[in-house]
Design a protein around this ligand. Structure first.
Ligand code: OGA
Ligand code: MN
Length: 284
């Protein structure tokens, strides 16, 4: 097993590991260490059935069943399909996943620990994903901003209609109100700065996709602070951009990263992925 860093900001490729077979405990501990050190780990050239992806993912913790039940694999609800393929005029997977910077499931009381995304089909152009290191974002804040955000808590929602920073996908426009009201009606309140339970490091934990306000701060002031934090959180020096290859399995840490689907896929090209999501703790 060999570990190669992918950028100054984050990310490492783990070469020489086949995840279709069980990984022994000693090797798995090295993988976990690499995950905590690099935040995104990349396994190339995998050939995984849904069962094998689920088994590999479970090594990291319990799996979530995503709220978008329409796009779960029928026999394996732990797997969420991301796809721009249409059959009879309907997408066969989530088409717009990650179209704004976010951390997975931060709209829940217990957001995700990490997500695994496996590339079954990739386009020739476009469809990259970016991750931004939120340890670096926090560490590089001016001391005055660190003091200002210490102890603050923010409101997160799944509901795009309540978030002026995000757009409503064209194919959701008719059903948006109904969809957001029923899929995840409750907001979650989380610290603006969280402590990573494994590394003990502080990370910014707000995102334009899900964070809509700061608790106990006047509305305009809270929005101005969020604008400032969002602009800082995704500075180029904190980012790794991944160009997907077929057979890539990536595992990223939702507790200290934001990520973004860069899109830009030509209409005649297919990007088809399987995602599993590891459940996490309540942030503190
Ligand atoms: C996700 C996600 C981004 C992408 O699967 O959680 O945000 O580029 N994906 O597919
Ligand atoms: Mn995501």
């Amino acid at each position: 097993m060999q570990i190669n860093r992918l950028s100054d900001a984050l990310g490492a490729e783990i070469a020489g590991l086949d995840l279709s077979a069980p990984v022994d405990d000693a090797t798995f501990e090295q993988v976990r260490e690499a995950f905590h050190a690099h935040q995104v780990i990349v396994f190339r050239d995998q050939r995984l059935t849904p069962e094998q992806q689920i088994a590999a993912s479970r090594r990291f913790g319990e799996l979530e069943i995503h709220i978008s039940t329409r796009f779960l694999l029928a026999d394996h609800p732990e797997v969420l399909v991301l796809s721009n393929r249409k059959v009879n005029g309907e997408y066969v997977g989530v088409e717009n996943a990650g179209d704004h910077w976010h951390s997975d499931l931060s709209y829940k009381t217990n957001p995700s620990l990490g997500s695994l995304l496996y590339a079954l089909e990739v386009p020739e152009i476009g469809g990259d994903t970016e991750w931004a290191n939120q340890y670096m974002a926090y560490d590089s804040l001016p001391q005055a901003t660190k003091d200002r955000v210490a102890g603050l808590r923010a409101r997160h929602t799944f509901n795009r209609l309540r978030n002026p920073r995000v757009s409503i996908p064209e194919h959701h426009k008719g059903e948006a109100a109904q969809r957001y009201a029923t899929l995840s009606p409750d907001d979650a309140i989380h610290p603006v700065v969280r402590i990573h339970p494994a590394t003990g490091r502080k990370a910014l934990f707000v995102s334009p996709r899900f964070t809509i306000g700061i608790e106990d701060v006047p509305e305009a002031e809270g929005q101005a602070l969020l604008d400032e934090l969002f602009a800082h959180a995704t500075r180029p020096e904190f980012i790794y951009r991944h160009r997907w290859r077929q057979g890539d399995l990536l595992f990223w840490d939702n507790r200290c990263l934001l990520h973004l689907a860069c899109r830009g896929i030509p209409p005649d090209q297919i990007r088809h992925m399987h995602r599993t999501t590891v459940a996490g703790d309540i942030p503190y």
